[in-house]
Write a protein that binds this ligand. Structure first.
Ligand code: SME
Length: 355
């Protein structure tokens, strides 16, 4: 068995090469499963289950069709997920609660995916041979899982700003200077500088950029205020609309500014991750699913399908739908400003997706 560490080293190198440049975790998981299935001898099944609440749901795999949902705590997969530690089963028939997918399977290795102390899924391997997996396999697979997670985890926090970014403003423009503004501009400046002034980022955000055009600033603030607070969309719809816009316009800065508000508005980690990782939104409450579909179609497809439009109209009515789409457009305009002036997240902030 001395060859195993070398085999896993090779697989780790090949995995890193396979994942390089890919930002979609499902695409990455599919290739990871294929690499393992074809790279390790004597397997009948290799693949992922991803956690959704108290269940593991089948992800990309190689092998025969498998059970799609496993409760946390059930079977070998659910046991590994509940323990947050790998489980090796030498003889599956002797594992109480083992869920048989393939009658050929005799032994099994399950490695949990642990992110920030939370189990987010498992990697599951089945073999037609009894006692196929030993400590070296476990270690090797844990290493592959760690590599997979590290790749799709947020890009490391930036330690230094790009050369053309002003260290005070965090973007390509300097901070606006109060003394250079007229009276109205100064009033807007004071509101932005006030932590209780109603903007999330104050002068170190889109408001600071707007102030370089005081005329724009005069209009942009009230429009944003109307859409956020007077349009009656409700906090949950509003913050979900902002997150999906941030994601689809690839604006980590907007995402980071709004994710805490989204969580406060009741948007669970699970739904935030559906938006963040662009996972299917099926099964969500209708209002949530529609907001996500609208954002994806507007910014991703550049057109909204008749069925999506009909659902959105039914859900929100004319006036609120117009405001909802305008809100998304308002944040897309912000995303454009943030991209053009290269607004940086705060030092030490972790990016929400590879960027
Ligand atoms: N045997 C697993 C179920 C998944 S299949 O092996 C692919 C278990 O007991 O959790």
């Amino acid at each position: 068995m001395t060859g195993k560490p070398a085999l896993y080293r090779t697989l780790a190198e090949r995995l890193a090469a396979l994942l390089a440049g890919e930002t979609d975790p499902i695409a990455g998981a599919a290739n990871t499963a294929a690499l393992i299935y074809h790279g390790l001898p004597d397997l009948t099944w290799a693949g992922f289950y991803f956690r959704q609440g108290e269940e593991l749901v089948l992800g990309p795999f190689q092998g025969k069709p498998a059970v799609t949902r496993i409760a946390i705590g059930a079977g070998v997969c659910g046991t590994a997920a509940a323990r947050g530690a790998a489980v090796r089963v030498a003889e599956v028939d002797r594992f109480p609660g083992h869920i048989a997918c393939d009658p050929q399977a005799r032994s099994e290795l399950v490695v949990p995916l642990v992110e920030d102390g939370t189990v987010t899924g498992v990697l599951d391997l089945d073999s037609p041979l009894p006692a196929r997996f030993d400590a070296a396999d476990q270690e090797g697979c844990e290493r592959l899982v760690a590599l997979f997670l590290a790749h799709f985890r947020q890009a490391p926090a930036r330690t230094a700003y790009p050369a053309d970014v002003d260290p005070q403003s965090g973007c390509r423009l300097p901070l606006p200077r109060r003394e250079e503004l007229d009276e109205i501009g100064q009033r807007l400046y004071d509101r932005l500088a006030d932590p209780a002034g109603g903007t999330l980022r104050g002068l170190r955000g889109p408001g600071g950029i707007h102030l370089h055009s005081p005329g724009l600033s005069r209009h942009a603030g009230p429009l944003n205020h109307y859409l956020r607070h007077e349009a009656g969309l409700g906090e949950r719809v509003r913050e979900l609309a902002v997150l999906v816009t941030a994601r689809e316009c690839d604006s980590p800065f907007i995402w980071l500014a709004h994710e805490p508000a989204a969580a406060t508005a009741g948007l669970s980690r699970e739904i935030r991750d559906i938006v963040r990782y662009r996972r299917p939104a099926e099964g969500l409450a209708e209002a949530d699913a529609i907001v996500i579909a609208l954002g994806r179609e507007i910014f991703g497809n550049r057109r909204v399908a008749p069925a999506t439009y009909a659902r959105a109209l039914r859900q929100f009515g004319r006036r609120r739908l117009v405001d909802l789409v305008a809100l998304m457009g308002n944040y897309a305009a912000t995303a454009a400003l943030l991209a053009a002036f290269d607004m940086q997240p705060d030092p030490g902030q972790t990016l929400p997706w590879p960027h």
